[in-house]
Design a protein around this ligand. Structure first.
Ligand code: DGL
Length: 273
């Protein structure tokens, strides 16, 4: 039985917003973060591509000794997680675990709405997968979910345009599309790692009375709970308070942009997969 850090995976930088919250909730553990920046964005890629890339990264985490890998990326959680859990994990190592962000969010999203009408904003891949509709239905069958893909929001954040006047057009456009589906939506879920950076602008274009839910804290709380309930996994997670960061693209670029997402400077290494 190997012991090691908790792996946190994303297509790029966005998962750093999730890791930040996880580390706040569980500061004592060791973490390895991998951003597959060389192949990002995942949001517009096919099921096969996302599954293949995500599986390759999960196998790398396992080689580093990770007993548990969190897919912090919504698109990877939507398109690759189930296949990896059901087809690959039993063959690779049944004692290891891979978890995503969609289930923990779906489990509690019903606590935020009074009208039982929720809006979900995500990448085209997440929206097309219908994963949130399927998962939320399991926990809250009375809730109606409305979705909207926001393909321009990730590029706006990645190109540091998220605070610019240019961002306003696309923020308003996708919010209008979402809200035109129902005037009873009272809760909007930011189902993409990048969207918390747009939260101020999103708020500015929403009528009052609509709450916005970001995932980082939800995923962190759910992980605390998971480790409590699964001592057989928890005991294999090392606890020296160390975090290391890898990217499949240039480390210098990653380090430069990472601060926006993580809130503090990091050191990163390039990983050739
Ligand atoms: N990390 C992705 C997500 O949460 C967004 C970025 C991408 O499209 O790769 O869906």
């Amino acid at each position: 039985m190997t012991t090691g850090p908790i792996g946190v995976f994303d297509s790029g930088y966005g998962g750093l917003t999730v890791l930040k919250e996880i580390k706040t909730a569980l500061p004592g553990y060791d973490y390895i973060y991998l951003g597959d920046n060389a192949r990002a964005p995942y949001g517009s890629r096919s099921f096969d591509a996302i599954y293949h890339y995500t599986l390759q990264c999960v196998e790398w985490f396992f080689k580093q000794g990770c007993p548990l890998v969190i897919l912090a990326c919504n698109t990877a959680s939507a398109k690759a997680l189930r296949s990896i859990q059901q087809l690959n994990l039993p063959k690779i190592d049944p004692s290891k675990r891979v978890l995503g962000v969609i289930r923990p969010t779906s489990e509690i999203i019903g606590n935020y709405t009074h009208t039982n009408k929720i809006g979900v904003l995500g990448t085209a891949g997440t929206v097309q997968s219908l994963s949130y509709l399927i998962e939320i239905e399991k926990f809250f069958p009375e809730i109606k979910v409305y979705q909207q893909a926001c393909p321009m929001w990730v590029p706006l954040v990645e190109n540091n345009e998220y605070n610019s006047g240019g961002a306003d057009y696309f923020i308003k456009k996708y919010l209008d599309h979402l809200l035109s589906q129902s005037n009873e939506i009272d809760t909007i879920l930011l189902a993409c790692t990048h969207y918390p950076l747009l939260i101020d602008k999103i708020k500015a274009y929403l009528p009052s009375g609509i709450s916005i839910v970001s995932q980082g804290e939800i995923v962190a709380k759910s992980l605390v709970n998971y480790l409590d309930r699964h001592p057989e996994i928890e005991k294999n997670c090392t606890r020296n308070g160390h975090s290391v960061f890898f990217t499949t693209d240039a480390a210098e670029d990653f380090v430069q942009k990472a601060t926006i997402f993580y809130g503090s400077p990091i050191h990163a290494e390039h990983l050739a997969l």
